[in-house]
Design a protein around this ligand. Structure first.
Ligand SMILES: NC(=O)c1ccc[n+]([C@@H]2O[C@H](COP(=O)([O-])OP(=O)(O)OC[C@H]3O[C@@H](n4cnc5c(N)ncnc54)[C@H](OP(=O)(O)O)[C@@H]3O)[C@@H](O)[C@H]2O)c1
Length: 347
């Protein structure tokens, strides 16, 4: 008889679209995880804006999902603690890994930044979907991880399941990147393609909200900041160039009209929210702006549910990748692949 693997205990910070999907896929993938990866995953603690709930033996995911579907906080669950934060949870319940999916904050990075640093100091590997801590504290996070001999993974932060970071860090080993082009903001991509089809900006934004891909503060998407943060992460993680938002010129899609999108189509072009990294002497130049690309460009061919990245390289040719993501499930899947990787179980 095959022995069940010892459960890997997870703490989940934030219980919104991403982590609710994560709980669902833990259930649907449990057999595959056990058989292919020798992994059994349990959740020993969860936070949201109401507080926390925890159990050393593992929480009941269905009860958490039912409470959230009913509009209740996790503190309302049996054993829940109103006002308990991730720091208190780390002190209270045993865990092997922490997953961070609270809202992005580009002013101070909290609560994610403190949570991530504290978990690393406690010796826990960390998986992030929240880009804010990386945008503001990439080097501090990596240094803290190195000091405590643990690892951090964040593949969900740059295009959900699109393997932007994995291609850049792993598959381009030995190559130099000579240019990066990225369209990694699902909200803007969805809005622009819907506007091309005759929908108003407001209707398109409402549809993106329904899909659960819009940031808690939608201006982060629309004014280009979400894509800018992702470019900052690519710059740090793939180009190994210490970079912050201050190094980028950033604009969004607010000024684009349906007429401009239609005129572009008539010229056989398509507008996308384009993020680019280009060599500039010995350094790099980074920009995010709406740009009309030739219709044959890999990023112009994408549908409203796709995101994509193009790496131009010296020896590995030009690599383009796209992914179609209709909701937050693929982002949860990206967190799961990071958990598997950190657990050393990439079979
Ligand atoms: N959605 C996507 O497709 C996607 C893709 C890639 C990356 N991300 C990133 O993943 C993160 C989560 O996204 P999401 O769509 O799941 O967001 P969301 O639906 O807005 O959920 C955010 C969660 O964080 C909780 N929260 C807020 N403040 C908190 C605090 N101080 N302490 C603990 N929990 C707190 C919220 O609590 P309540 O439930 O009580 O409000 C909610 O459960 C964001 O950083 C986002 O940028 C999202």
């Amino acid at each position: 008889m095959t022995q069940s693997p010892k459960p890997l205990r997870l703490l989940l910070c934030g219980m919104g679209n991403v982590h609710r999907n994560f709980l669902r896929i833990l259930h649907t993938q449990s057999e595959l995880l056990r058989e292919r990866h020798g992994l059994s995953l349990i959740v020993t603690g969860v936070t949201d804006s109401s507080g926390a709930v925890y159990s050393a033996k593992g929480l009941d995911s269905q009860a958490i999902l039912a409470a959230k579907a009913a509009g209740k906080g996790v503190a309302s669950l049996k054993g829940g603690q109103a006002g308990m934060d991730a720091s208190a949870l780390l002190d209270t319940v045993p865990a092997d890994m922490l997953l961070e999916a609270t809202p992005v904050n580009l002013q101070h990075g909290e609560p994610g930044l403190s949570t991530v640093l504290e978990a690393l100091r406690c010796g826990l590997p960390v998986v992030l979907a929240n880009k804010g801590p990386l945008a503001l504290g990439y080097e501090q996070i990596m240094q803290t991880a190195a000091d405590n001999k643990v690892r951090v993974k964040f593949s969900a932060c740059v295009g959900g399941a699109l393997p932007t970071i994995n291609i850049g860090q792993r598959d381009l080993a030995g190559a130099r990147v000579t240019r990066v082009e990225a369209m990694v903001n699902g909200t803007c991509q969805g809005i622009l393609r819907m506007m091309e089809d005759g929908h108003s900006f407001d209707d398109a934004l409402a549809e993106m909200r329904r899909r659960g891909v819009v940031e808690a503060d939608p201006s982060l998407d629309i004014d280009g900041w979400d894509e800018a943060v992702k470019l900052v992460i690519i710059a740090n993680a793939v180009l190994r160039r210490p970079t912050t938002l201050k190094d980028l010129t950033v604009s969004g899609i607010r000024d684009l009209t349906t007429a401009m999108l239609h005129d572009a189509r008539a010229r056989n072009e398509r507008y996308v929210l384009l993020g680019t990294a280009d060599p500039d002497g010995d350094d790099w130049r980074f920009a995010v702006r709406a740009e009309a690309l030739p219709a044959a460009h890999p990023l112009a061919r994408m549908s409203g549910e796709e995101m994509g990245v193009v790496y131009h390289t010296d020896i590995a040719g030009t690599i383009s990748a796209t992914s179609a993501e209709a909701d937050a499930t693929p982002t949860a899947a990206a967190m799961l692949r990071d958990v598997i990787s950190l657990a050393g179980k990439e079979a």
